[in-house]
Structure formats: C-alpha cells, structure tokens
Write a protein that binds this ligand. Structure first.
Ligand code: ATP
Ligand code: MG
Length: 180
C-alpha cells in the first residue's frame, strides 16, 4: 500500500485545485515558511477522518476551508482526495486502488466517499484503523507530539500502546455495543 496522489481544493491555503503525485520510496516536501507544507500533512490527516480542529491548528473545523487572501475571496467548500495503491490489499478492501474523499461546507455539511461512493465517517475510520496510518495512529507525527507522549499521563501512554497493538478497534466496537 502506498500513497499515489493527494488533491486539495479549498483546503487551507490551497484555494485552487492542487494535485501532488507521490513517487515510490521517500518523498520530501520543501518550501519557504508559510508556503503550505504542514497544510499538506494536515490534508492527509483530515481526509483520513481527523475530527479535532485543534490537531489541524484551528478553533473549529470550518477553519480548514480557504478563508480568502488579498487576491481571492473565501471559498465555501474544502475538499481533499487521497488515492492509495492497495494492490497488496494491505487495507481491508477488495479495491486495488482506493480514493478517499472528504468535503466540508461552511454550513457544516460534510461528505465522505470511498471510490466515489458516499460512506459514513465510521467506514473511513475502519478502513484505516488497523493499518497504522489512520487518524489516531502515529504515522503522522507533528511537532510537540513526541514530547506529549513522553510527558503524558500513564492512561494516555496506554492508549498509544493499545493503538500500536491494534486493540483500539475492539475497544471502540465494545463501547458502541454497550451504548446500544
Ligand atoms: P513552516 O515552514 O513555517 O512550517 P509551512 O510550509 O508548514 O511553514 P503552513 O503552516 O502549512 O506552512 O501554511 C501556513 C499558511 O497557511 C499561512 O499563511 C496561513 O495563513 C495559511 N492558511 C491556513 N489556513 C488557511 C485557510 N483556511 N485559508 C487560507 N489560508 C490558510
Ligand atoms: Mg510547517
């Protein structure tokens, strides 16, 4: 499984449609301060279902929608599409190529799609949950997060270990079952 492309439109500083092709192996993103490098990483987190605006350096989720510049009016919608090569079926899906799309409108409406079919957030989360790349995994480590793990409460550290061990999914299913 590997990242093939990432397409952002109206997401943070990427007002117009911007597509990045990733190569096999290691990829580097370089650019001056404020040019959008971290926004690209946040687009990846967001499309995998991130629900915390704070993790994305915002106050509310609508802060991910392009909010205008001197040349451009604010937009009404943020969209990120991420395409993965899944020919090894590393992700639990019959598809050999998977495109995950997330959209958010200013009125609060949101949409999630897997290969152009509308799905629930839960489906996106489950697609990634045991892969080590999902929204709560540690495949994306931002500045400060390393220190937070080491300085955190024992219960927080435990959740890191549970996540790595792949038991988070069962815990979530258990919680959902208990609520019913
Ligand atoms: P550094 O090298 O300093 O880490 P960077 O390349 O990681 O910089 P980012 O933090 O990704 O840069 O980009 C920050 C820019 O994104 C800022 O100019 C900020 O105004 C812009 N930005 C963030 N959210 C939005 C938004 N909703 N609409 C428009 N621009 C936004
Ligand atoms: Mg940055």
């Amino acid at each position: 499984m590997r990242l093939l492309t990432l397409e952002m439109e109206g997401f943070k500083s990427f007002a117009q449609k911007t597509k990045i092709d990733f190569q096999a192996g290691m990829n580097g993103i370089i650019g001056p301060n404020g040019s959008g490098k971290s926004n690209i990483i946040e687009a990846i987190r967001w499309v995998m279902g991130e629900q915390s605006a704070k993790t994305l350096r915002g106050d509310k989720m609508a802060d991910v929608i392009f909010n205008g510049s001197t040349e451009r009016a604010p937009l009404n919608r943020a969209q990120v599409k991420m395409t993965l090569d899944n020919s090894d079926h590393y992700l639990p899906s019959e598809y050999t190529e998977i495109t995950v799309t997330r959209r958010l409108y200013r009125n609060g409406d949101s949409e999630y799609l897997i290969n152009d079919q509308a799905v629930r957030l839960k489906d996106i989360v489950e697609l990634f949950i045991d892969s080590g790349v999902g929204r709560e995994s540690f495949s994306v480590i931002s500045q400060g997060q390393v220190a937070a793990i080491f300085n955190g409460k024992p219960t927080d550290r435990r959740s890191v270990i549970e996540n790595v061990a792949g038991v988070t999914k069962y815990k979530q299913n258990k919680q959902a079952a208990e609520k019913k």
